[in-house]
Design a protein around this ligand. Sequence first.
Ligand code: MIC
Ligand code: SF4
Length: 638
Amino acid sequence: MGLSLAKKIIRNHLVEGKMEAGDEIAIRIDHTLTQDATGTMAYLQFEAMGVPKVRTKRSVSYIDHNTLQAGFENADDHAYLQSVAAKHGIFFSRPGNGICHQVQLERFDVPGDTLLGSDSHTPTAGGLGVLAIGAGGLDVAAAMAGQPFYLPMPQICLVKLTGKLQPWISAKDVILEVLRIMSVKGGVGKIIEYGGDGVASLSATDRATITNMGAELGATTSIFPSDDVTRQFMAAQGRENEWQELKADDDAEYDEVIEINLDNLEPMIAMPHMPDKVVKVAQVEGKKVDQVAIGSCTNSSLRDLMIVAGALKGKSVHPGVSLVISPGSKQVFEMIARNGALADLIASGARILESACGPCIGMGQAPKTNAVSIRTFNRNFEGRSGTKSAGVYLAGPEVAVAAAINGVITDPRKLGTPVTFDYPEKYLVDDRMIIYPSDEPEKVEVVRGPNIKPLPQNTKLPDTLAGKILLKVGDNITTDHIMPAGTKVLPLRSNIPAISEFVFTAVDPEFPKRAKEYGGGFILGGENYGQGSSREHAALAPMYLGVKAVIAKSFARIHRQNLINFGILPLKLADPDDYEKIDQLDDAEILNLGSLAGEQELIDKSKNATIKLTHDLSEREIEVVKAGGRLNYIRTQG
Ligand code: MIC
Ligand code: SF4
């Protein structure tokens, strides 16, 4: 039997384990990326490992999330990140250069290599045939220190594309269709590999839109073959020398196959408040729209903005709509400025933001009360926009621009003659916003502002854990619920004591106070606990508040790993129905943690009940949790 593309790349990077679904494997990491909201923690951890120079082929540090400098905190973080990069052999992408995933695609991704990034949308690089995985900052720090990345060997799911996208339909409609079919937990434990005749009709940036939102499926990563389309994109970026052809064997075996005929796809939209609440645009047509936001790492390529500019040329944004646009990178921004498209956007009344994450992570442009906001982004979790009562819909640039023009959700096919776009033979390449690591690292002084606080440490896992069920939450709790972002909280990412005051406040404003009052305790969750971002703050800050274990029906991959990395036990209910038996504020105990072999028991003292728990920790992960987290574990390894 032949191999899938994903398995070929894994085989080439395999350090430990067998490629059998579910078994723990370790793979060598060629490249890493960090962004500023997760980067400060990642580099503090890297510094703690005492490795003078990164051991990867290339590591890049981006500034793109925390660019709203309402106080000194973000600028201080930028200075720290710039100096720590210079000192330790890391490339530094300056604020203004763009969103990490878009810039990485343009300037750094190499087909067939592995990339580990401290951002859940790192799999964007899969659009160019990179095996790219999102992880917590500590895992990325360990990869920079030369350690392999551990993961359970995923199943490989083939999404077979046939046909060709019709006018006004685009890559976002493809991934929304996949989300409709698979749901936000349908990709957990899987790699989504795209194949079939339809692949050739999708451009490199179209493919990146699709792999980007594989994160919303909960997938480990998503990947496209590297073919002539990839070669042309890399040649246009002046990097053809880094291209190689990559594809699955013709007789490759897959664990699951999904077929999508691109010919039949219609414009799609995800309704509030989950990326898998996908319907055809036709089903919600006519709904009044208050805001349209175009940008983010999902949909802000040159192609996307040229389609938007083409549709808006000579028209005005509807009086009831605020349209904001953030170009994905300086390259995109400069190219639309030079070719005149930016002038068309400005003339239409669009509000142009800098090249950064911006509204996607609630850094400005919070919509009005009860607003309907159409965004080309990837996440529409409740409150993430900064306005809890707003309903965020996710759609492609075509649907977004149609809403901006008409003021209501509109099938873009009604806009008439399709806007066409010819991909450039050469993109505008100017890497002056990327600072190379210093030639004299010993002379670089790392700058630490007052907001950068030392990393809190956990202690070894005791034999018995006792405490209250501090909070009981439902299914699909996101890291945005656990550790919100936005203008108020995001600047505190380097200061765990300060940021811990916001843990779970989106769900229960009293949570931090209660956790401190009871000296910590447990969280009870439902299915897919911790989906969404890679932010390790969603583990680190609860740890700081004394959370010892999370008991849930199931966990999202990155968050589960982050809990382990900081010494918090992720335990599963052996019988999901037991969830109903446990209440918030029950007194509980978990005994015999010394062995952690097999089943565990939760004694609910308030109910006089014994509840069976399980876990899927590997032997290595058991040792990590027992040591009180991965940093402690690395230290014990010498
Ligand atoms: C997100 O989209 O939620 C983020 C902000 O990019 C996060 C990272 C973070 O919280 O810093 C992610 O996706 O991992
Ligand atoms: Fe930035 Fe949004 Fe992409 Fe996260 S999803 S990296 S916040 S643009």
